[in-house]
Design a protein around this ligand. Structure first.
Ligand SMILES: CC[C@H](O)CC(=O)C(=O)O
Ligand code: MN
Length: 336
């Protein structure tokens, strides 16, 4: 397989997909998936709790296996791919970053709300000190106007990030909105630009192609859509589409298809589809990782999960406010 690539794919099934399996990945699963991704020549494989390093908690969901063991397992079978970790300052600390780097993680993606890049400089600087490639990952991107996004991306650049991402956490952005965001970043920052989609409105592929057209070269995908909500841009499909468009990914299509069919499909608790809940996430602009939490709260309080999600959207709830899900469900039950 060639190493010539127009775009660099980061496979997020072992991190964003952690939400979809309620953080129950095992070492054996990670070994199999990471080995197959490495054999398929995927450049980056992200491994962490769904909410990033140290996310395992009652608030976000307890991991079945310590994520450091999962990172170690992935590193042990990846002689070509680089292992990436996600860190949300405030959830993860410099301590976990160092542990991940010591285990062989080579890329740190520092994730903040789209208007809060200023919580990231310490973490980016430390990741650089540890010799890691760094990404500023601007989540819930739809919640800020383009000018604000540009300001925040410039901050990420000034902290030393090698790349900055538009992260469509809710799967809410429309193709035109992705175009204007990536175009504005391309005109205002000198670092790599990336895009992370969620497929809640069935727009992940279209939005990803628009992002590539506008100059994004760092692209996230999840094999078989194993990610929060309706999942992310389906990696194996993206590779096929890119091949037809003459965009070089350097990734082996057949190997990715086999991974999707033989290893990932059996792991999925239910097939990744756009359900009424994931559609509501994209429609109302709610964090994709809130889907399963809202479903459980809806069952517990006997209310419709869509009503919970719509209300969360109205309240502009952001990551870290998972406790609001239960609060809203209880209020809806009371007012029934
Ligand atoms: C809570 C972290 C989140 O899952 C990161 C991410 O992938 C996103 O915002 O889409
Ligand atoms: Mn995501």
């Amino acid at each position: 397989m060639t190493n010539e690539r127009d775009i660099l794919i980061t496979e997020v099934a072992l991190r964003d997909g952690s939400h979809a399996v309620s953080h129950q990945f095992t070492v054996d699963q990670v070994l199999k998936v990471a080995k197959a991704l490495n054999d398929a020549n995927v450049p980056y494989i992200e491994v962490s709790h769904g909410d990033g390093l140290a996310g395992s908690s009652l608030q976000y969901g307890l991991s079945r296996t310590n994520e450091l063991e999962l990172i170690e397992a992935a590193v042990s079978v990846a002689d070509k791919s680089k292992i990436a970790v996600l860190l949300l300052p405030g959830i993860g600390t410099l301590h976990e970053l160092k542990e991940a780097a010591n285990l062989g993680a080579k890329m740190a993606r520092i994730a903040t709300h789209v208007t809060e890049a200023d919580v990231a400089p310490q973490h980016i600087a430390y990741a650089k000190e540890l010799g890691m490639e760094t990404v500023g990952f601007l989540m819930m991107n739809h919640m800020a106007p383009v000018e604000k996004l540009v300001e925040q991306a410039k901050l990420m650049e000034s902290y030393g990030a090698d790349s900055v991402y538009v992260v469509d956490s809710a799967g809410y952005l429309l193709p035109g909105q992705v175009r204007e965001r990536i175009r504005a970043l391309k005109q205002s920052v000198g670092i790599n630009i990336g895009f992370h989609a969620h497929n809640n409105l069935s727009l992940a592929m279209a939005n990803t192609l628009v992002a590539i057209e506008e100059g994004a070269t760092r692209i996230d995908g999840s094999v078989r859509c194993l990610g929060a909500g309706a999942g992310n841009t389906q990696t194996e499909v993206l590779i096929a589409v890119c091949e037809r468009m003459g965009i070089k990914t350097g990734v082996d299509l057949y190997k990715m298809m086999d991974l999707a069919e033989d290893i990932i499909a059996p792991i999925l608790p239910v097939p990744q589809e756009i359900t009424k809940d994931s559609l509501t996430l994209g429609y109302a602009g709610v964090y994709s990782s809130f889907a399963l939490h809202s479903k459980r709260a809806a069952e517990r309080y006997g209310v419709d999960s869509r009503d919970i999600l719509i209300e969360l959207g109205k309240r502009k709830v952001v990551g870290g406010q998972e406790d609001m899900i239960v609060e809203v469900a209880a209020e809806l039950a009371k007012n029934k």
